[in-house]
Write a protein that binds this ligand. Structure first.
Ligand code: BG6
Length: 539
């Protein structure tokens, strides 16, 4: 991941002093320029299937524009949209521009950047099931190699509904588009989530993808891994000596991972009905966060070393016993919920069953909370509590690491009454940063103690704004860095943990809705953690 950065840092940091501006640490210009050059993508064509959808115009193309703005794309870079709609190149570009104006990180768009970038955008209309689409695509790509200089490098991006993935993969193989056209060029494929809907389907999709592409050509994307704050979990843990000695069951009482959203399902009711909170967020984003918090230090930051360590965490997940899966069990470890009507940020909002595209008797969960253990030396006795919900009171993704109390407090009960155990909160979004809570003496003539916070905030510590997750991940695909992408075995292992929960749920009809929009979820989720003498951390 950071091999380039490390190499440059080793050679240049020693001789170039870090610039300090009002206490804010900035990379010196010479180093920043060097890093930029090392991270510039080689010429290539990115072919997007599902090019007329929201993901393309709201996420992918705005991220590409920001990469162009940062001069991280080659001037030869080309985007080829592929979908059924009858767009001309001009209409496709205009449609993308309209959304980029709204969704690019850096706005307003700068014509001197957008115009040359847009010249490289073209559109191939076609049905993904029709072999002729791929014949024309191939001719178009060859033409781009000759006229724009894309050098035979091809990045295929599957941004279609998942039921089309197998067809497109097979057709790419049949058309020979899975093979680089020259010995120097490369072909890669990015597969969006959801990667399967249970263990069997994920295995099948892996089999189909690996029948056509070699594993190193396959990039399974999880946009959480592209977030700066998620990568910072590794930086925080493995660049500081301080944490490692206490990062284990001896010192950590428990860990909470919260991904709260205030939005509902918006216009994605049709998709969400098939997915639900467990598949949509927990199987992928949240288990990935868990791996980052719990993994052993990798030997290097190369893709396989990091992914090997993440896989070990997923393999250590203790399966939830059948008795703890039942909703009415006193030992339940998993709670599901669905929002009813309520209030969010002062606005009346409808319940999930009244959302567009949702059945009025839907049993799809919009909330999940669970307690898991990792069966390994470091964590065997430390519970990890994970929860995610839509229509909660606020948007907040954070990891709260709760330390144990000191073995003995010499100050007396009254002095320490206001003291809570140490807590470290890694805030992924918003208010990106880290807070450490510790005990301090209240000023005055007596020894009175209280918990106080020490804060790190990205916004005030670094002058440079953070790139969007897709910027980072698209650039990594072009550079051939797989560190922040999921390997086949990782995805399957995550499904192996989640599938028995889905199966148990399918056997019971839940009583939904069971939480009002704008609240922190069902009462059973409170009981889940209170039973252990703990409580949810309120972001
Ligand atoms: C997506 C889910 O993967 O992540 C959405 O499908 C969810 O349901 C989104 O809202 C959250 O992403 P972020 O980056 O806004 O936390």
């Amino acid at each position: 991941m950071s091999v380039d950065r490390e190499r440059l840092a080793a050679t240049e940091v020693a001789t170039v002093p870090t610039e300090q501006i009002d206490g804010v640490t900035e990379l010196p210009n010479v180093l920043r320029e060097g890093l930029r050059r090392e991270r510039t993508a080689p010429p290539c064509a990115m072919i997007i299937f599902g090019a007329s959808g929201d993901l393309t115009s709201r996420k992918l193309v705005p991220a590409l524009y920001d990469l162009a703005l940062a001069r991280l794309l080659a001037s030869e870079f080309a985007v080829v949209g592929c979908a059924r709609r009858p767009f001309s190149d001009e209409v496709f570009r205009a449609h993308l521009r309209q959304d980029a104006e709204q969704f690019a990180r850096t706005r307003p768009l700068r014509p001197e950047v957008w115009d040359p970038f847009a010249e490289g955008i073209s559109y191939v209309r076609g049905d993904p099931a029709d072999p002729d689409t791929y014949r024309r695509l191939r001719e178009h790509l060859d033409w781009l190699d000759r006229t724009r200089g894309t050098c035979g490098n091809r990045l295929f991006y599957l941004a279609t509904p998942p039921n089309l993935f197998p067809e497109i993969i097979a057709q790419l193989g049949a058309a020979g588009l899975n093979r680089p056209p020259t010995p120097e060029s490369w072909v890669r494929i990015v597969i969006e989530k959801p990667f399967g809907h249970d263990l069997a389907s994920a295995r099948e999709l892996n089999r189909q993808a690996q029948a056509v592409f070699a594993e190193p050509q396959i990039y399974r994307i999880d946009h959480y891994l592209g977030k700066e704050t998620v990568q910072n979990i590794l930086a925080f843990r493995f660049s500081n000596r301080l944490w490692e000695p206490v990062w284990n069951e001896q010192h950590i009482d428990h860990v909470q991972i919260t991904v709260a959203e205030s939005i509902g399902v918006e216009d994605r009711g049709g998709y969400y009905e098939q997915a639900g909170a467990l598949r949509d967020m927990l199987q992928n984003h949240m288990l990935q966060l868990l791996t980052m918090v719990a993994m052993e230090p990798p030997v290097t930051f190369e893709a396989e070393a990091v992914r090997d360590e993440k896989l070990k965490v997923l393999r250590a997940l203790r399966p939830i016993p059948p008795a703890a899966l039942a909703a009415n069990s006193v030992t339940t470890q998993v709670v599901r919920g669905q929002y009813g009507p309520g209030w969010v940020a002062g606005q009346a909002v409808r319940g999930y069953r009244e959302e567009e595209g949702v059945s009025p008797t839907s049993t799809t969960e919009t909330y999940v909370a669970l307690k898991v253990y990792l069966d390994n030396w470091r964590w065997a006795k430390t519970p990890f509590y994970l929860r995610h919900g839509k229509r909660l009171p606020k948007r907040a993704t954070e990891i709260a690491v709760q330390f144990k109390r000191p073995p003995h407090l010499p100050f007396g009960g009254v002095a320490a009454a206001g003291l809570e155990p140490n807590r470290l909160v890694l805030r992924v979004q918003p208010d990106e940063g880290i807070t450490l809570q510790f005990g301090a003496k209240v000023p005055g003539p007596t020894m009175q103690l209280r918990s106080v916070n020490m804060d790190f905030l990205y916004g005030s510590s670094f002058l440079t704004p953070s790139p969007d997750a897709y910027e980072r991940l698209l650039l990594d695909c072009m550079l051939g860095d797989r560190t922040l992408f999921m390997r086949a075995d990782e995805v399957e292992q995550a499904w192996a943990f989640v599938t028995p929960i889905l199966e148990a749920w399918a056997r019971e009809t839940p009583r939904f809705p069971n939480y009002a929009a704008g609240t922190w979820g069902p009462a059973a989720a409170e009981q889940l953690i209170r039973r252990d003498g703990r409580q949810w951390h309120r972001p």
